[in-house]
Design a protein around this ligand. Sequence first.
Ligand code: ZN
Ligand code: ZN
Length: 339
Amino acid sequence: MLRRLPVYLLLDCSESMAGDPLNAVEVGVHKMLSALKRNPYALETAHIAIIAFAAKAKTVLPLTELNSVTPPVLSLRPGTSLGAALDLLRESIKKDVIKTTSEVKGDYRPLAFILTDGHPTDDWGGALARLVSVKPSPAHIYAIGCGQEVDFETLGQIADVCLRLEALTGESLANLFVWLTASIQTASVAPDAPLSLEKKIPLGEGMSVIDKERPPQYQEKNACLYFHVTCRKTRQHFMLRYRYSKEHQVYLTEESFPLPEDFFGDGSMKAPAIASDLLAGYSDCPYCRSQGWGKCGFCGHLFCLDPEHVESRITCPFCQTQLTMSQAEDAFSVDGSVG
Ligand SMILES: [Zn+2]
Ligand SMILES: [Zn+2]
């Protein structure tokens, strides 16, 4: 049996990836897999696994040879549980990778790429301790922090190499996947050689290597707030994004994104409540276009509410409780998520 080069991709699918970024990652994975399938070295040695993480971590593609790979569907979820992703990586490597013994020449040392856009929302420290306690170190780990809210101090403890992707846009993510593809191809040619992929493969536009000794401070913690809302008319979910404005000292409304039907399947992440006078504006409900929201006094869930046409009694689309207006109006303290 040929020695394999196991490659693990850990992909952040939390709120801040909503819209273009998540689409770009999905397209990037597709293109990467088809390019690798055409590369004889990669085809011979690389096996790919993909772990998606948000509030939970999930293997969306178990370690598979390139010829048999089907690109996974990625769906948006609340939260950024980097710890859960690291635990799953460690368990997967333990389960998947064939160790070298006196009789068998085992697999090459795995390569792991972690793509994340924020700071972890779970207790990742324990997972890190479990990962680094494995000797020799279970994988070459590259962490790629995307956007402006990345906690590179945390990533630096996890990864051998930290890279930064300046902007979280479709275009910059597409460039990143070009780099990832070339990196996996290069690693497939000589999987035993020291990798230094960040030096061998030219970095795409907007990418840079982070000096782990002097990690940059993340510029704006909680620069964005995310609110999960259910449309009262269609019962479909959406997310509102607010971005902090230093100039105005409030969070300004930015965009609303439809959420998948099973978005709350993994449980929702709650951040400390925020006074609604720190929030300015409201993006339309993407389903019924109403321009306001209410909060259920019973289950705490948010729903869209047309401020011009409020009925005297409304039904919470989440817990189905009949609310009077005073029970629904209580939106001055709403729960958001920072994932
Ligand atoms: Zn609506
Ligand atoms: Zn309710």
